[in-house]
Structure formats: C-alpha cells, structure tokens
Design a protein around this ligand. Structure first.
Ligand SMILES: [Zn+2]
Length: 82
C-alpha cells in the first residue's frame, strides 16, 4: 500500500465517528451513524438503515483483528479534527 493512502486511512480509522454521516446504498437515505439501528444478537455488530432496514455495516472483532464491511453504504462522511 502506498504510504500516502496508508496515512490517510490511519487518520480515518482513528477519527471520532460520532459526527460521521452515512448514505444508504439501498434507499439513498443519509443520516448520522448514531441513528443506525443495531441488530442483536449477531456474531458481531450489524447496523441497519433507520429508513429501509438494509444492512449498512457489519463489524466483527477477533482477538487480533477487526473486520469491517461497509457494502451497504455508498458513502461515509467522517469529519476530521482540524
Ligand atoms: Zn436505507
């Protein structure tokens, strides 16, 4: 991975997601990540769109890795500290 993209990704992963905004791939609804509906029980976190209930993201933690799937979002807008 080129150093430039690696640095950008490191900044995004470390960012506070409180103010992040998602856009649903299913219905194009946009809203704060905090409004996603969490489905439990699941083998990890499954967050669904509050408008159409499509899966927006899945997050699974293992002892040494985190798996993040964002296929349900067309965009994730993350504010950076400036
Ligand atoms: Zn949706």
């Amino acid at each position: 991975m080129p150093a430039a993209i690696s640095g950008d990704l490191a900044e995004v992963v470390a960012a506070d997601m409180t103010g992040a905004v998602f856009t649903c791939a299913g219905c194009n609804h946009s809203g704060p990540v905090a409004t996603l509906r969490v489905w439990e029980p699941a083998p990890g976190l499954v967050d669904r769109c509050p408008n159409c209930t499509d899966v927006i993201l899945r997050l699974v933690r293992t002892p040494d890795r985190v798996f993040l799937c964002l296929t349900g979002a067309t965009r994730l807008e993350i504010p950076l500290d400036s």
